[in-house]
Design a protein around this ligand. Structure first.
Ligand SMILES: CC(C)(COP(=O)(O)OP(=O)(O)OC[C@H]1O[C@@H](n2cnc3c(N)ncnc32)[C@H](O)[C@@H]1OP(=O)(O)O)[C@@H](O)C(=O)NCCC(=O)NCCS
Length: 168
């Protein structure tokens, strides 16, 4: 991988909303088909149809954007101090470490906010990604999205303790 393929991170701005809505829909439509039916994918992707609401959700959380050559290719959001709410990567940039870079940053930010652990409701397709990062499955859930039932798994990772003697 060349240095130009290393994702850069920056905070979300309201003007990013349309491009993040497009990344969200493309990620759901193209990366989740092994685990969810077409009807489930459509219902899930439709969350971003109302861009105003979607933008409010992004702005209400700590949302980071990953860019490759200055173009947004993925995003992730931290809700409160200890919950990963969203993590989506455009299919054209999948498998290049974009989600890993976003997650590394959210884990550091959560630690900085005083979180001892971090939780996520991982989609079935994202579960192996989180497992690889040390998240442990705690509970299976079923949620309704736009009239469709979708399964996911609550996963939790214990964050590294601050070094002894370090300021809390
Ligand atoms: C899950 C997702 C965010 C991963 O994004 P990504 O940028 O491709 O992930 P990375 O390239 O950082 O992957 C890091 C590692 O996880 C592995 N991984 C990523 N997705 C995986 C999958 N679906 N199954 C198995 N392993 C996976 C990669 O192979 C890689 O392993 P490596 O370090 O040994 O090479 C992306 O597939 C996506 O947007 N999915 C659809 C939306 C979704 O479900 N989001 C999660 C909501 S909780």
């Amino acid at each position: 991988m060349s240095a130009t393929n290393t994702p850069a991170l920056r905070p979300f701005l309201p003007t990013d909303t349309p491009v993040l809505a497009a990344i969200f829909a493309a990620a759901v439509e193209q990366l989740t088909g092994d685990d969810y039916s077409e009807a489930q994918q459509e219902a899930w992707a439709a969350i971003a149809d109302d861009e105003e609401e979607f933008g409010k959700k992004l702005a209400g959380e700590l949302t980071l954007i990953a860019t490759l050559r200055n173009a947004p290719v993925g995003f992730a959001s931290l809700k409160g101090k200890d919950h990963i709410d969203m993590l989506y990567v455009h299919p054209s940039a999948a498998g290049q470490g974009v989600a890993s870079a976003l997650c590394d940053a959210l884990e550091k930010l959560a630690g900085g906010r005083g979180a001892k652990s971090l939780t996520v409701e991982a989609s079935d397709n994202a579960e192996p990604f989180f497992k690889k990062r040390g998240y442990v499955a705690k509970q299976r859930n079923t949620v309704t999205i736009n009239g469709e039932w979708l399964a996911n798994t609550t996963m939790q990772k214990t964050l590294a303790e601050a070094a002894p003697g370090a300021p809390q």
